[in-house]
Design a protein around this ligand. Structure first.
Ligand code: C2E
Ligand code: CA
Ligand code: CA
Length: 528
């Protein structure tokens, strides 16, 4: 995945991730606000309707009590009883007795006045006749509710039906089950009385959130205006939006961190391992006396998606540090077998040197992989040289174990960059090795500082005394070649012969130099 795609991917993922918590908190604030408003309205409407029913029941109870009295109507005792009832019953303002359109008496005493019968709005199941809007003799300007039973009536102040504690943003209306209005404590909710017969009993309509609750013959409607609802929403959002913002910030930070990680060199290398972006180049290893190619060193390169080749020095240290070197070694083994398997089967004298990292040597986990690859291709173990630097032998016991195992299987073990570390000699003594590779830095000294040659001479002598095959690395000049050959170094590699090259090129190189040797029966190194 290239950097642009990672950045765009993060932006595309990041935007919804950042917006989502804010949107969710906004939505949550709306839902919570709505739920809390609905709860308030339901509570108020339930309390108010039950209050209305209670008020009615109290007044109706008093009415039935006086109607059931055994006292003869309009006697002084009966009038006293009416007065007592008015005083003792909070909801009842007055009691009256009407017979044949004559208001005979009431809690006011004897009257004897002709009255026009009140319009009856409805009759309850137990026979109480209700007139909602009547004019009373007491306060003619104030409409009253009249309850009639037999010849008796009581007057009730409709305000009693609305006697509940009310928050100042709420609207309350009380009506009959038939949809007639009894009274409002704050205008606004009354027009929802039409919903008594049809339509939902709660909802957000006509600029109000409303709820309608029945109790007996009465309904109460509580409502909240859209403006007040929005104000509640703003309060709720002021609580929740900062949480949404905080979540969005945390998500944004996580995405930025993840993007950075994805863009980090290590993430790129991990991606490269997943995508198998490694190729192997081969540097010929020459027989210095014969001038023939006897093998090749496999040198890994990271081929970036844009085709660029990255040299191992730029990523092997990171791969070793992160443990990614293990899958890289596996991929190198696969590449080598795929690239040179047939040639190695054809040319049994040819070998390939594979570089191992310290972790490979310690764990030895490449060995089964190598064995499987060999059995698939038919390449023989002696055609594979395993190279490791001194760092690979630091954990000497596990290293010795791996080297022993590898040699027992037929592989050759080589110490690479010999002489550059601190413990070369110690390693030489403790490990059963086959090949010693003289580091380029010593080869470089040959034609630069003549007296420095003594070090390389010592290395050569020591290797000979231990019967190790010697490969000199980094041969760049004919003088170096002459010197090494004269001092009995068997093999060498370097730009003098060839630089590392892709597999096909190496195969061509190998075939061409072989045919040159055969054709001319050459005694001199062909590439001199
Ligand atoms: P090395 O194992 O010492 O490999 C030899 C390095 O010297 C190679 O560098 C090669 O291109 C370079 N070289 C060869 N002849 C000459 C010459 O005449 N002049 C000069 N100036 N350089 C020459 P390269 O390919 O860049 O590899 C560098 C190092 O990366 C290797 O050093 C080896 O330690 C490591 N490496 C390469 N491939 C692998 C691999 O598959 N696994 C592991 N673990 N390490 C690898
Ligand atoms: Ca090497
Ligand atoms: Ca080397």
């Amino acid at each position: 995945m290239n950097k642009k795609r990672i950045v765009w991917g993060s932006i595309l993922l990041g935007l919804p991730c950042v917006l989502l918590p804010v949107i969710l908190m906004g939505y949550l604030a709306w839902m919570l606000n709505l739920a809390s408003a609905q709860q308030r309205l339901e509570t108020l409407a339930a309390v108010a309707s039950s209050r209305a029913n209670g008020t009615f029941n109290e007044a109706a109870g008093a009415l039935k009590a006086i109607a059931g009295s055994e006292l003869a109507p309009c006697t002084p005792e009966s009038i006293d009883e009416m007065r007592l009832l008015t005083i003792n019953t909070l909801t009842v303002k007055s009691v009256g007795y009407v017979e044949q359109e004559i208001y005979a008496c009431g809690s006011w005493g004897l009257v004897g006045q002709h009255v026009t019968p009140w319009r009856e709005d409805f009759t309850t199941a137990d026979g109480v006749r209700i007139s909602l809007d009547v004019q009373s003799r007491i306060v003619p300007a104030k409409p009253m509710m009249a309850l009639q039973y037999a010849a008796f009536n009581v007057l009730v102040d409709p305000a009693q039906f609305l006697h509940v504690m009310l928050d100042e943003d709420l609207h309350l209306a009380v009506g009959t089950a038939a949809g007639d209005l009894v009274g409002v404590s704050r205008p606004g909710a009354e027009h929802f009385l039409t919903r008594v017969h049809s339509g939902p009993t709660s909802g957000l309509q006509d600029g109000y959130l409303y709820t309608l609750v029945h109790s007996g013959d009465w309904v109460a409607i509580a409502a909240l205006s859209r403006r007040d609802l929005l104000q509640g929403l703003i309060r709720m959002e002021m609580l929740l939006l900062p949480i949404g913002g905080l979540l969005a910030g945390i998500l944004a930070l996580l995405i930025i961190r993840r993007t950075r990680q994805c863009l980090s060199p290590l993430a790129e290398l991990q991606q490269a391992v997943r995508n198998r972006e490694f190729v192997v180049h081969y540097q010929p290893i020459m027989d210095l006396s014969e001038g023939t190619c006897i093998g090749a060193e496999a040198l890994v390169r990271w081929q970036r998606p844009d085709g660029r080749l990255v040299r191992p020095d730029a990523f092997i240290p990171m791969a070793e540090h992160s443990g990614l070197i293990l899958p890289i070694t596996d991929q190198v083994i696969e590449c080598v077998m795929r690239d040179l398997g047939p040639l190695l089967v054809e040319q049994r004298d040819l070998h390939v040197a594979i570089n191992l990292a310290a972790e490979d040597v310690c764990s030895g986990r490449f060995l089964p992989k190598l064995e499987a690859a060999l059995s698939q291709t038919g390449v023989r173990a002696h055609q594979i040289w395993l190279e490791a630097t001194e760092r690979g032998f630091v954990e000497i016991d596990s290293a010795r174990n791996t080297v022993n195992q590898a040699r027992a299987l037929g592989y050759l073990a080589a110490i690479d960059d010999f002489g550059t570390g601190f413990s070369s000699l110690q390693h030489l003594q403790q490990l059963p090795l086959d090949v010693l590779k003289i580091d380029k830095s010593f080869v470089d000294t040959i034609d630069k500082a003549p007296d420095a040659g003594s070090v390389i001479n010592h290395i050569i002598e020591m290797a000979k005394s231990m019967r190790l095959q010697i490969v000199a690395e980094g041969i760049e000049t004919p003088a170096q070649l002459d010197y090494l050959r004269d001092h009995g170094v068997h093999f060498g590699q370097g730009w003098l012969f060839a630089k590392p090259m892709p597999a096909e090129e190496f195969q061509r190189f190998y075939q061409e130099q072989a045919s040159v040797v055969i054709d001319h029966d050459a005694q001199e190194p062909v590439l001199q």
